[in-house]
Design a protein around this ligand. Sequence first.
Ligand SMILES: [Zn+2]
Length: 231
Amino acid sequence: MLIEGFGQEGQERLAGARVTAVGLGGLGSPLAIYLAAAGVGRLTLCDYKEVDAPDLNRQVLHWEGDVGRAKADSALEKLRALNPRIRIEVIKDPVSRENVRGLVEGSDVVVDCLDNFDTRYLLNEACVGLGIPLVHAAVEGLRGQATTVVPGKSPCLRCVIPVAPQRKAVFPIIGFTAGFLAMVEAAETVKLITGVGETLAGKLLVADLGDNSYQVLETRKNPDCPTCGSR
Ligand SMILES: [Zn+2]
């Protein structure tokens, strides 16, 4: 509350906000911890998979004893213990074309904590259609990227990344890369809700923790974008 422009009003805005995060893995775990600790009033968290031992290096909400449990259950238990004053709901269904609009409807911000672009594009379409800001991040190895989509104002995810990178069956992620980009997503979410600072709308952060290069590139709206072109 001592941050300039944030104040008690900023904290109250957080308390009144609803954030939906899709994915409770390497990005979603740290994101959910920080949003719960920040006092976001209502968190809807979505993941249909179970905790897997090799993922514990980055999925910091899930611990050794959670292996084999639903990530949604593990997350709910930890986050409720962290902040019992906020409302937390979990959804254990995979995101599909059929359920995506219902899932994000009513959210103030949607956060993409996914590991594949097929589902990211579904989220992007639903958020653009419903006018809900979407915060995106993706990580691989020591590198990651992030952007924010404000429908009607900024390019959408499809404008910025028109074609999905080829999907790899297995790709490496080191914990701190996911944590770093998750913190960028948490910051974007809090800024969108409170109006403090400037977001990555119309910009793409490209971070390489291997050589410490952090670039913020301008992005452009594609007038022929299949998702937001006519908007
Ligand atoms: Zn677009």
